[in-house]
Design a protein around this ligand. Structure first.
Ligand SMILES: Nc1ncnc2c1ncn2[C@@H]1O[C@H](COP(=O)(O)OP(=O)(O)O)[C@@H](O)[C@H]1O
Ligand SMILES: [Mg+2]
Length: 393
């Protein structure tokens, strides 16, 4: 099956698009994934600005939510077509997360925009969306989804080596998966990653720069230890996994409040250096408390930030854990999430329940919107309608 994927993470840095050929050999119990296209397409800039503003907590009207839902759907459909993925059998479109509702430590809901009907109509393919809703409805955290993929990808390696293997996705938020030798796969969000770095850079440059290229600024700054300590006091870090968070929890007000508590100004580069160390330390600490791992395989845009990778390597080395990237095992780190969505969406389209959260148990992960003109095999036309009397027994 040719599966197209279109998505954008919490950073909303670009619209990621992929086309993956997926074949399952049921007898061997193996699913082969062959990436055919892995690319990204720029967001329409005004749309991206609104998405980012909303993700960072700006108030928004219901009317605008309704408009954005369609406009994001259109942008995603255009991205699929422009990337040359329009001949897919299926489009997996998890949508742009605009809100993640967590209350009292429990995930209650999540909202992704990018209307599936618009994508189905424009691409002519069936669309799988809403990958997190069923898990959350059943009491799960709905995020991260990566452990399912990592368990299937790395389970055999962990069993063979007898040691746990972890993966780390450095997107707007950082999330970990931990795969044990006995085959359990758990995952959680450790806290902020690129999202805060981007927000600080954008504000400091009045929007001229949107990220700290290669971590250059962070590398030239100095970690403010007292500020780091204040930030590490956020209750999210003390919470035990499974847990998930979003950009509304770790936005600029989190940084500003910490700087305010510190009293006095902190130069931007020092702030970035401190945030980089915060990400590295909270990832390492969180993994240690979960039992550790021999190797941590990183992916996501953050692997391009050398300052972040260096800090991460140092923090993990203290626990005897080696940092590497998914490139060393054949997955382009920038596009690993696309492969994840292809994998999950493929099983959703086949109505195969998968366990996103081991405590909740397997659920069919997504909602399928059929291709607009696809005929149902049992009922092929509507025809005339008659009202009949109910037969009483
Ligand atoms: N060359 C680079 N140098 C530093 N950071 C980078 C670079 N390229 C990408 N990034 C970071 O990665 C982020 C995007 O990562 P990505 O995995 O796409 O996150 P998300 O899933 O949240 O969209 C950017 O916002 C930026 O912070
Ligand atoms: Mg991205």
């Amino acid at each position: 099956m040719r599966v197209a994927v279109v998505h954008s993470g919490t950073s909303a840095d670009a619209i990621d698009v992929a086309l993956v050929d997926i074949v399952t050999d049921e007898r061997a119990g193996v699913t082969d994934m062959t990436p055919l296209i892995l690319t990204d397409v720029a967001w329409p800039s005004a749309l991206r600005d609104r998405v980012l503003a909303i993700a960072l907590g700006e108030p928004v009207s219901i009317a605008e939510v309704a408009r954005l839902d369609v406009q994001i759907g259109e942008a995603f459909a255009d991205a699929v077509i422009r990337a040359g993925c329009h001949e897919a059998d299926l489009v997996v479109a998890p949508g742009q997360t605009v809100y993640h509702w967590v209350e009292g430590g429990r995930t209650r809901g999540t909202l992704q925009l990018g209307r599936s009907a618009v994508i189905a109509e424009r691409t002519g393919a069936a669309v799988v969306s809403d990958l997190r809703a069923a898990d959350i409805a059943a009491g799960g955290t709905g995020a991260p989804l990566m452990p399912v993929f990592d368990g299937a990808w790395l389970g055999a390696e962990a069993a063979h080596s007898g040691e746990a293997i972890a993966t780390l996705n450095l997107g707007g938020i950082a999330n970990i998966s931990r795969i044990t030798p006995v085959g359990t796969a758990s995952g959680w969000d450790t806290g902020p990653a690129n999202g805060l770095l981007d927000a600080v850079v954008m504000r400091a440059t009045s929007g001229r720069e949107s990220f700290d290229d290669d971590g250059y600024r962070a590398a030239s700054g100095r970690v403010n230890r007292h500020l780091l300590q204040i930030m590490e006091g956020h209750p999210y870090f003390a919470q035990a996994p499974p847990k998930s968070t979003g950009r509304e929890t770790f936005a600029l007000d989190f940084v500003d409040a910490a700087v305010h508590t510190l009293g006095g100004d902190v130069p931007v580069d020092d702030l970035l250096a401190t945030l980089v160390r915060l990400t590295a330390r909270t990832v390492a600490e969180s993994l240690r408390r979960a039992g550790g791992a021999s190797t941590l395989i990183a992916s996501g845009g953050g692997v391009r930030n050398s300052a972040l990778m260096a800090s991460m390597g140092d923090a993990l080395a203290e626990d005897g854990c080696t940092l590497t990237t998914s490139a060393e095992r054949g997955i382009d780190p920038i596009h690993k999430e696309s492969l994840l969505f292809a994998f999950v969406g493929y099983f959703s389209a086949h109505a195969i329940p998968i366990a996103l959260d081991p405590k909740v148990g397997p659920r069919v992960a997504g909602v399928t919107t059929p291709a607009g003109w696809a005929a149902n095999t049992r009922v092929s036309s509507i025809g005339e309608m008659q009202i009949r009397e109910r037969h009483m027994k």
